[in-house]
Each structure stands twice: as structure tokens, then as C-alpha cells.
Design a protein around this ligand. Structure first.
Ligand code: SIN
Length: 490
């Protein structure tokens, strides 16, 4: 089946600045590539510092009016945007599959997932309460009110081209902020279509501005935002190295940051676990988006007495996964995003094998399918000296580590600078309490592999970053608290 849009006008190649679709200031373009075939899907604006600056000018102009709208008015626009996203699910999913490669069923799921953040924050927009502080002195009234922080720059990754940008933009808009956004180099098309739908929903000109950029130009664009003191907040999802760079470079203007960075998630299977459920949990958490998520288990720890049985059960499920391009409706795993990703996966598997791991299933490139495919893989005999233990593989590779007892596995699980997600399976309620408390991660799946939800706070600890997305906490990062002390009241 060929991937085709019903509304071809949703394929935008230009930037959205101040409500207008415009080319990059120097008219440059770059190609967006379909990872299933390495063919060009479209050529889009290749924006740099001047375009980033123009986007900030537009966001600055639009801010006072958007800030002063009634929360109910902002919520109505977000609701219309949500309805349009849902109505255009097929086209958004198609665009996503074309530029990111994920199977259509997963792309449709991501549209629903991303849309759920827009609906959630439409509701939250009307619940931004302040406080009346209990009186401390006669004749004085003290209140705390929450105000939008100002212009927000959103910088998003390629692995969830719609959901990641929706869950940054929706709370920013709900809070009354205006936004400048740069989607990932590899996946600007879904994001630009999302911006087009926001415009269609009646979002005023300049409230959301979006620019596309290839790598070097994108760095220049972000540098412009970093240096511009009108941009009061940066929200970023991506690597820890880039997150640290943003933290350093935004120090001169003291911007507020939310950073959702890399992970190295442990997944622990205790010997009292329901093994069928634990296998299903690995399948859901590890193989979602072909293993290209920050929360997917990177290290799977299995207690010694159930190790062989678990490895056997898991390999049967993994070996049965259908790898195919998104255009094949039965595909469960698509191509990886690009050749760099494939090379990293192959390097991790080769290194594991050289250091004593055994490949139970997979363990090779699937060049017969196309340039960027890797077979879903299970490795046994994984150990601490392997790359799969200390680096995020970001691919469909499940390395199984053996452990003996609870203290040992907690120590191993926490022995990483990262702390985004962690998972564990056990039937012992006291162990659930103990292990849940001791694991160092911002998101923990307990007998559950599918943890994502718009209603839950998402974010990490340690070098996985700070700030939370989704839930009632997701608005806090876009608000500042103002204290008013009113005197002369006696
Ligand atoms: C991510 O991989 O960065 C996000 C995953 C999610 O939202 O579940």
C-alpha cells in the first residue's frame, strides 16, 4: 500500500511565522528522507538564526493579547485544535510514517497520544489557581498569582514527531505563553502539519511559530534563542549532551529550562513475577517504536532461577515480530531512523558478542528489506563491561543480565548517571514498596510496561533532566508565581 495524504495541503514545506507560511530568509531547503527507502519525501525550509529571530519577533508581538485572553478562550481554541488533530489522524499518521518510518498502527496511536495532551491542557487552562495567603499582619492582604512565563522555545526529537511537540506546546499555550518551535531535522513534516491545524483551529497569528532546520542551521537557530533574553523558557527533549549544552548556554539570560534527556532504563524480573506478564511488559516497553524511545528498557535484569525460561519465552515473542516498511499494514517494527542509528545498534550487538553474549534471536541488519532495518534481537549473558549496559542502544535489542538478589539488582539498576524510567515485575507487595522507593528514576512501571499517559507526570532525575510533562504538574514549567502584598486595608 502506498502512503498518500487525503489533504495534500497538510504537507507544508515552509515555516510558520506570524501566521504566514514563509521560506527561510535565504530561501534554503533541505531534504526530508523516508528511512524505509532513503528517498526524499519533501524539501523543507532550512532555517537559521535570522528565521529564529523573526519567529521570536512574532511571538513577542502576539504575547500581550494571548496572555490577556480569558483561560476559557484559550481552552476553546485548544479544544478545536484537538478535534482537528483527531479528525486528521490518517494524514498525520501517514506523514509521520513517511518521515519517521514507524508502522502506521503506531503512528495512529501516536496521533491519539499527542492529541490527548492537547485535550488535557485545554482543561487545565481553566484551573490555574493562585493562593490567598493566610493573613500575617493586620491591614495587609497577601496573594500569589500564576502568570505565563513569556516566550517559550520548544525543541523536539524525531522519535515521537507529534506527541513530543504537542506535550510541550499545549501546556505553554494553555498557560498563556507564546511559542517558537523547532522540530527535529529528520521529522519536521508532522510538526508543521500540527501547526497548520492549530492555525485552522483559530490560534491567533504569532502565538505559535515553527521553523524547520537541518543540523547546522538548527544549531544556529537555537543559539539565537539561547542568547535572546525575550525567550524566557526552553523546553527540550533529546540527548543529555545537548541538554547540558542548553543549560550552560542559557545561563547568561537565566532562562527556565525543562530537559527530558537520555535514559538507560532497567527492567527487573524477580523470580516470583508472572513471567507471561513480564514478557508482555518487555514487548510493550522495549519494542515500542522499534526501541527508539528514551523510556524503553535498555538493561533487562532477570533473576537467576527464571533466567533461561524467561529468555526462551521472550525470544519466541521477539522472533515472531514482523519487520516491514510502514506501507505494509502488518508491520510491527519499521526501519530505524537512519544509518547512524543502525551503525550504533550493530556496534552494540557486535561488542556484546565479542564480550561473551549469545544471540538468541536477531543480531543482524536486514539489508534485504532496505537500508535502515535491524532484526529484533535478544542477547543472553549480558554484563557490565558491554556497551549495551552503559549506553542507550535506541534500537530493538533486548540484552538479558542475570542477577541473584534484590540488593544486588537495585545497586546494578541505579549504577548509571541516568534516571528516566525503570520497570520491575514481582508479586510480592512488600517488595513493590521497597523497590519502588529505592529505584532512582522519575517514571516507574510496576508490573506494567506501558506507562505513558497525559494524566501522569513524565520526566527524569539525575542526568535524565528536570521538569515534568503532562499531568497537573505539566503546567508549572510554563508559569511564574507573582506575590502581591496589598497594604492599607485596616
Ligand atoms: C521519549 O521517548 O522521549 C518519550 C516516550 C513517551 O512519551 O512515552
Amino acid at each position: 500500500m502506498a502512503l498518500k495524504l487525503t489533504r495534500s495541503e497538510l504537507l507544508h514545506r515552509q515555516n510558520l511565522i506570524g501566521g504566514k507560511w514563509v521560506d527561510a530568509s535565504d530561501s534554503a531547503h533541505y531534504p526530508v528522507i523516508n528511512p524505509a527507502t532513503d528517498e526524499i519525501v519533501a524539501k523543507v525550509a532550512n532555517s537559521g538564526a535570522a528565521d529564529a529571530h523573526a519567529a521570536t519577533d512574532a511571538a513577542e508581538k502576539a504575547f500581550p493579547d494571548w496572555r490577556d485572553r480569558l483561560p476559557r478562550e484559550r481552552a476553546e481554541i485548544l479544544r478545536r485544535w484537538h478535534a482537528l488533530i483527531v479528525q486528521n489522524t490518517e494524514d498525520l499518521a501517514t506523514l509521520m510514517s513517511m518521515e519517521q518510518g514507524k508502522p502506521l498502527a503506531e503512528s495512529r496511536g501516536e496521533v491519539a497520544y499527542g492529541a490527548s495532551y492537547v485535550a488535557w491542557f485545554a482543561d487545565e487552562a481553566t484551573r490555574i489557581y493562585g493562593d490567598i495567603i493566610p493573613q500575617q499582619q493586620r491591614g495587609k492582604r497577601m496573594t500569589a498569582v500564576k502568570e505565563p512565563i513569556g516566550i517559550v522555545a520548544a525543541i523536539t526529537p524525531w522519535n515521537f514527531p507529534l506527541a513530543m511537540i504537542a506535550r510541550k506546546i499545549a501546556p505553554a499555550l494553555a498557560a498563556g505563553c507564546t511559542v517558537v518551535a523547532k522540530p527535529a531535522e529528520d521529522t519536521p513534516l508532522t510538526a508543521l502539519a500540527l501547526a497548520a491545524l492549530a492555525k485552522e483551529a483559530g490560534l491567533p497569528d504569532g502565538v505559535l511559530n515553527m521553523i524547520a532546520a537541518a543540523r547546522d542551521e538548527g544549531i544556529a537557530a537555537v543559539a539565537d534563542w539561547l542568547a535572546d533574553d525575550r525567550v524566557r523558557k526552553i523546553t527540550f527533549t533529546g540527548s543529555t549532551a545537548v541538554g547540558k549544552h542548553l543549560a550552560r548556554e542559557s545561563a547568561s539570560t537565566l532562562k527556565k529550562l525543562s530537559l527530558e534527556l537520555g535514559g538507560n532504563a532497567p527492567f527487573i524480573v524477580f523470580d516470583d513475577a508472572d513471567l507471561e506478564a513480564a514478557v508482555a511488559g518487555v514487548m510493550a516497553a522495549k519494542f515500542r517504536n522499534g526501541g527508539q524511545t528514551c523510556v524503553c528498557p535498555n538493561r533487562i535484569y532477570v533473576q537467576s532461577s527464571v533466567y533461561e525460561r524467561f529468555a526462551d519465552m521472550l525470544s519466541k515473542r521477539v522472533g515472531a515480530l514482523k519487520v516491514a516498511p510502514a506501507s505494509d499494514t502488518s508491520a510491527q517494527i519499521g526501519p530505524m531512523i537512519n544509518q547512524r542509528a543502525i551503525d550504533k545498534i550493530a556496534r552494540h550487538v557486535d561488542d556484546a558478542v565479542e564480550n561473551g553474549a549469545t544471540v538468541l534471536v536477531g543480531g543482524r541488519r536486514l539489508t534485504e528489506l532496505g537500508p535502515n532495518y535491524y532484526a529484533p534481537t535478544v542477547l543472553t549473558g549480558a554484563n557490565v563491561n558491554m556497551l549495551v549496559c552503559c549506553e542507550e542502544t535506541f534500537g530493538p535489542v533486548a540484552p538479558l543480565f542475570r542477577f541473584e538478589d534484590e540488593d544486588e539488582v537495585i545497586r546494578l539498576a541505579n549504577d548509571t548517571p541516568f534516571g528516566l524510567a525503570a520497570y520491575f515485575y514481582t508479586r510480592d507487595v512488600r517488595r513493590i514498596e521497597r523497590v519502588g522507593r529505592r529505584l532512582e528514576a522519575g517514571v516507574i512501571g510496576v508490573n506494567e510496561g506501558a506507562v505513558a499517559s497525559e494524566a501522569a507526570p513524565f520526566g527524569g532525575v539525575k542526568e535524565s533532566g528536570y521538569g515534568r510533562e503532562g499531568s497537573k504538574y505539566g503546567l508549572d514549567d510554563y508559569l511564574s508565581i507573582k506575590y502581591l502584598c496589598q497594604g492599607g486595608l485596616d
